[in-house]
Design a protein around this ligand. Structure first.
Ligand SMILES: [Zn+2]
Ligand SMILES: [Zn+2]
Length: 271
């Protein structure tokens, strides 16, 4: 029997879409039963995926040292995912090497000082290389109206393991889907579920509803794209379309997926 190890340790720094209001002064974070902060993820303590306006507060509140972050992967430049002031502050922390920033080519980074920062623009099909990782960037079905960038989803890959972080976006583009079909099975799928059970929202062309996630997961399982036991985890959940986090969590597992919550830790197993 193959030995199962843990390949990646993930911490969800935020699991909300952009419509969650900021916390008031003095309000605690995280509030896993009641609140979601803008979606962001920490991988193995040193790779940050997305840096929205409160990401440094989230790291501090969850006891994750920001100065240990070596790499920042940006999915796209909507303000809930990329905040230049936060990134400048992150880059300015005492660190042995510059902060490597991997981002969709065309993003206006608005970084006034490049000291302490190493920039790596990505196009779909490119690979980001944080130390010890290979991260394939693929086009998301998502639009940033104010720039020429192509929003990205990221496939983290290593020897015998891979998992996909796919937010923001609706479905997959045809080209991204074809590429995903060529990859070995995934150990986890973390996916945009912004719209919940709402199916007639205009954002459905750039964000998933639960009905869409059900179809995506079902097809991926049918064609062996998810390893047996692979977790499907929902993130980027809108305030207006979902039950409160503490209610939604009661449905975990009913349909083969679970909803992430702020502060949630997830171990990705590998064979
Ligand atoms: Zn977003
Ligand atoms: Zn977005």
């Amino acid at each position: 029997m193959a030995q199962v190890n843990s390949c990646c340790q993930l911490v969800f720094l935020g699991t909300g879409a952009a419509d969650w209001p900021p916390l008031g002064k003095g309000e605690p974070f995280p509030q896993p039963q009641a609140y979601r902060r803008n979606a962001a993820l920490l991988v193995d303590g040193h790779i940050l995926v997305d840096g929205g306006p409160f990401v440094l507060e989230s790291l501090a509140a969850l006891g994750r040292p920001a100065e240990q972050i070596t790499d920042l992967l940006i999915t796209h430049s909507h303000s809930d995912h990329y905040n230049p002031a936060q990134v400048r502050a992150l880059a300015g922390l005492r660190r042995p090497t510059p902060l490597d920033i991997w981002y969709p080519a065309g993003v206006r980074l608005e970084l006034s000082s490049y000291a302490g920062i190493a920039l790596h623009p990505l196009r779909p099909g490119d690979t980001a290389n944080p130390p010890g990782y290979s991260v394939l960037a693929l086009a998301a079905n998502h639009l940033v109206e104010t720039s020429d960038e192509i929003a990205l989803i990221y496939l983290f890959q290593g020897a015998g393991w891979r998992w996909l972080y796919a937010t923001d976006g609706a479905w997959f583009t045809a080209r991204t889907w074809r590429r995903l079909c060529t990859e070995p099975p995934f150990d986890a799928l973390i996916i945009d579920a912004t719209l919940g059970e709402v199916t007639d929202d205009r954002r459905i062309f750039e964000h998933n509803s639960l009905a869409m996630v059900r179809r995506i997961a079902a097809v991926m399982r049918r064609y062996g794209m998810l390893r047996p036991g692979a977790q499907v985890v929902l993130t980027h959940l809108a305030h207006e379309t979902h039950l409160p986090p503490g209610e939604l969590i009661k449905y975990d597992g009913d349909e083969g997926w679970r909803a992430a919550f702020d502060g949630m830790e997830l171990s990705i197993p590998c064979q």
